[in-house]
Design a protein around this ligand. Structure first.
Ligand SMILES: C[S@@+](CC[C@H](N)C(=O)[O-])C[C@H]1O[C@@H](n2cnc3c(N)ncnc32)[C@H](O)[C@@H]1O
Length: 304
């Protein structure tokens, strides 16, 4: 099921994750992506290896069909919001208005959810960003796919795009958190984790040419919360590879799927420059769970 944007009840305007700044020149071009194609397995979906990660350059449903049942520990993803249209504009740079009419963002995809839930281990978590007006549809589709939607989570922004209007300015994005029935695989946040993460929209050297890039710190927060040590995260809508990089920095394996070859090129380049990112993000992360929180979590869920 795919819901065209035109049939959705309300048009929320330009998605707020779009940077008000011009994308920086890609700082990663000169780096070796150290990617290698893997012969045989998944040949139809063009799977290749980036270190311990897999990158499928393919439609996500086709690629997920090549994955066994219950083979990933978490699904953390940022699918299209279905908000693009010919009449929509976004602000770039200080004053430049450009059309927001990206071909892959015209429709809200929902079919991927049942396939992702099949691939998810029992007790594993699914975290999917979406447009605020589509959160109900994603919630319902998740429930119909056999997972249990439990809560919304939010990314709040210090620096939403400057776009004056006589209305509230949207300074947050929402996601749906769900769990596949079974004993909880991982919750690395203690017992009282707020469902909010604050981070600025991506700018400067972290910014790639991808139009809807999420911050790496945000995706690190999510994968860290829901993935067991050394676990595997599935990201069916990889974009510029932010979730894959988050997994790299957090010590997880990522199965990333991206349909557009030009974005796959950005993923390879960003992966090639992962040490630059690691150095940039080497400071303490304020929301990292403390040892006490992890111990509290263990007693909470009866883990030894
Ligand atoms: C919202 S963007 C993800 C951006 C990403 N979080 C980042 O930080 O770069 C969604 C991505 O899904 C990709 N996409 C859309 N439909 C797809 C499909 N059926 N299979 C695989 N990828 C798809 C688009 O090309 C786009 O790059």
């Amino acid at each position: 099921m795919t819901i065209p944007a035109s049939r959705r009840p309300c048009d929320p305007g330009v998605p707020p994750d779009l940077s008000s700044q011009s994308p920086a020149a890609d700082p990663h071009e000169s780096h070796d992506a150290s990617a290698r194609r893997v012969g045989g397995r998944g040949a139809a979906s063009g799977v290749e290896r980036l270190g311990r990660h897999d990158l499928h350059v393919a439609d996500c449903i086709e690629a997920m069909r090549t994955l066994p049942d219950a083979s990933v520990d978490a699904v953390v993803t940022d699918p299209p919001y279905g908000t693009a249209s010919a009449s929509k504009v976004q602000k770039r740079g200080s004053n430049e208005l450009v059309a927001f009419n990206i071909s892959w963002d015209h429709d809200l995809p929902l079919e991927w959810i049942s396939e992702a839930v099949r691939v998810l281990r029992p007790g594993g978590a699914l975290c999917a960003f979406t447009d605020a007006m589509a959160a109900r549809e994603v919630w319902d589709a998740t429930e119909h796919s056999g997972a249990r939607p439990l809560r919304h989570f939010y990314w709040t922004k210090d620096n939403p795009p400057h776009n004056p209007r006589k209305n509230f300015q949207s300074a947050c994005e929402v996601g749906v958190f769900a769990r596949k029935p079974g004993k909880v695989l991982a919750w690395n946040g203690g017992g009282c984790t707020p469902n909010v993460y604050n981070a600025p929209i991506v700018a400067g050297v972290e910014r790639s040419e991808h139009p809807t890039q999420k911050p790496v710190s945000l995706m690190r927060w999510l994968v860290r919360l829901v993935t067991p040590p050394g676990g595997t995260v599935l990201e069916p809508f990889a974009g510029s590879g932010t979730t894959l990089l988050a997994c790299e920095l957090e010590g997880f394996r990522c199965i990333a799927i991206e349909r557009e070859p030009e974005y796959a090129e950005i993923i390879r380049a960003r992966y090639g420059a992962r040490e630059v990112l690691r150095a940039m993000q080497s400071g303490p992360t304020p929301d990292a769970p403390t040892r006490e929180a992890i111990l509290r979590q263990r007693s909470l869920f009866g883990d030894s």
